[in-house]
Design a protein around this ligand. Structure first.
Ligand code: NAP
Ligand code: GDP
Length: 331
């Protein structure tokens, strides 16, 4: 089996790469040009000579570069296509709405148009988001809940989500939306709140940081574990028929609870180090976001297993050992 992944250098893309390589796939990742060649989440695979250049290949392109995407795809002729790339930060989408929509909404349309011309078209997975529900009219949300986005990111994802449905229903594409609620891991980008907290707990424990500045700590999220989510994405493309699936734990917790769990894990009281700064406050916060993943449970046999306490501990432990290692290297 041959798969293409956009967003391979990101949190989910790197876990999906691990999963597909373990399943014997040939994996082709789309990477964009940047001023550094650092791709820390892929380091292990890229430095493994038995894998890189043999079963794992990276190709330069960009979600805005249709000609190179088309050329790469017509050469590879993949069986499966996982579209995970995009501007993934909700808060930042209020600062950079134009590029967020260009990449997340129009980028997905461009890919769908290329896939439409491929024969055969690969099975296609789009990483959609619970932000499409914005302020939802009911809780928990399922695959039939009406869309009501309230951020530029949510609007862009809603556009892409609906296009996948349209290409599926009207043009026969095997296209699926993984409607993902938040999922975290030690590979989560550092400007998301869970990772910001895990890094702070570890740094403060080691005497490298004095305080942790946050925005709204009373907001809640349905937080799951990233490696489990990419497994569900793979399962979605193995089904006889293409469908959309909610991927969520069904449980919500506040940022405050995550703070407590992370700091408790290193024996500290978060209240001693926490400082509020309205700069990190969002213009609008989604409410009652809780996913009902019954369809994924019944049809894919998928169930989230990691509790929030386990997730927090895993993230803090990772940051502790990473920081301890870098202290040792400097000595
Ligand atoms: P992430 O860590 O931020 O990774 C985003 C990826 O997109 C990176 O590989 C990035 O490349 C790539 N990318 C960004 N702009 C690009 C462009 N113009 N051309 C090509 N590639 C580009 O995100 P993630 O957490 O893995 O999330 C994966 C997907 O799931 C995203 O679409 C996200 O919106 C969606 N999602 C995530 C969550 C979550 O909780 N994680 C929840 C709902 C939906 P660089 O490394 O070069 O920046
Ligand atoms: P999101 O759900 O995709 O927006 O994930 P984030 O991790 O960025 O934000 C989760 C929640 O944490 C949101 O309600 C934010 O308002 C809240 N939050 C509070 N302080 C911060 C902060 O300093 N950074 C981020 N990223 N979020 C924060």
């Amino acid at each position: 089996m041959r798969a293409v992944i956009t967003g391979i250098t990101g949190q989910d893309g790197s876990y999906l790469t691990d999963l597909l390589l373990a399943k014997g796939y040939e994996v082709h990742g789309i990477v964009r040009r940047s001023s550094t060649l650092q791709r820390p989440r892929l380091d292990q695979q890229v430095h493994d000579q038995s894998i890189y250049g043999k079963r794992l290949f990276l190709h330069y392109s960009d979600l805005t570069d249709t000609t190179s995407l088309r050329r790469i795809l017509s050469r590879i002729v993949p069986d499966e296509f996982y579209h995970l790339a995009g501007q993934s930060h909700v808060g930042l989408s209020f600062e950079i709405p134009e590029s967020t929509c260009e990449l997340t909404a129009m980028g997905t349309l461009r890919i769908l148009e290329i896939l439409r011309d491929l024969s055969p078209s690969p099975r296609f997975l789009h990483a959609s988001s619970r932000e499409i529900f914005g302020t939802p009219i009911c809780s928990p949300q399922n695959e039939d809940t009406p869309l009501n986005p309230n951020s530029p990111y949510g609007a862009a994802k809603a556009f892409a989500n609906q296009l996948v449905k349209i290409y599926r229903d009207s043009l026969g594409l095997f296209g699926c939306n993984a409607i993902c609620y938040n999922h975290e891991s030690p590979r989560r980008a550092e400007n998301f709140v869970t990772r910001k907290i895990s890094i702070a707990a570890a740094s403060i424990k080691l005497g490298l940081q004095k305080e942790l500045i946050l925005g709204n700590i009373d907001s809640s999220r349905d937080w799951g574990c990233a490696p489990e989510f990419v497994e569900a994405m793979w399962l979605m493309l193995q089904q006889p028929n293409p469908k959309d699936y909610i991927l969520a734990t069904g449980k919500t917790h506040s940022v405050r609870e995550f703070l407590e769990l992370a700091f408790q894990h290193v024996g500290l009281d978060w209240k001693t180090y926490y400082r509020h700064d309205p700069r990190f406050q969002r213009p609008v916060e989604p409410e009652n976001l809780r996913g009902d993943a019954s369809r994924a449970s019944i049809e894919l046999g998928w169930k989230p297993k990691t509790s929030l306490a386990q997730l927090a501990a895993m993230m803090v432990d990772h940051d502790l050992s990473r920081l301890e290692q870098s202290i040792l290297e400097k000595q």
